[in-house]
Design a protein around this ligand. Structure first.
Ligand code: ZN
Length: 116
């Protein structure tokens, strides 16, 4: 994932790494803006990884303390919903934070073009 800032219309777009840096709003060339991943991103990733471990490891390792909690398919599905739900909520939140920061950075980095 990468963030691009359009100096022409101040739109921040989220793109896949391989996509061209074209503005979604006006079609002009947008600039790549590097923004650090916020804590919401890492927490979301950690939660999804942690959740996957929590659900999968007892199927390979016997005798774990939480094994009865994830012993059946329906129990695993019940756990899956909050893990995925909260994980998606956090990553969406992270993207919003990153877009805000990308807008700030973009305005700092390309002020002349932004005014034009
Ligand atoms: Zn634009």
């Amino acid at each position: 994932m990468k963030l691009v800032f359009c100096p022409s219309c101040h739109t921040v777009g989220v793109k896949a790494r391989v996509e061209r840096n074209r503005c979604e709003a006006c079609g002009k060339e947008a600039r790549l803006v590097r923004v650090a991943y916020p804590w919401q991103y890492w927490l979301g990733v950690g939660l999804v990884f942690g959740g996957a471990m929590f659900l999968l490891v007892p199927q390979f390792v016997a005798g774990l303390p939480w094994e009865p909690l994830v012993g059946t398919l329906s129990l695993r599905l019940v756990w899956l919903v909050p893990f995925i739900g909260v994980g998606l909520y956090l990553t969406n939140w992270a993207v919003r934070v990153m877009k805000d920061r990308a807008l700030e950075r973009g305005l700092e980095l390309y002020p002349e073009e932004a005014k034009a």
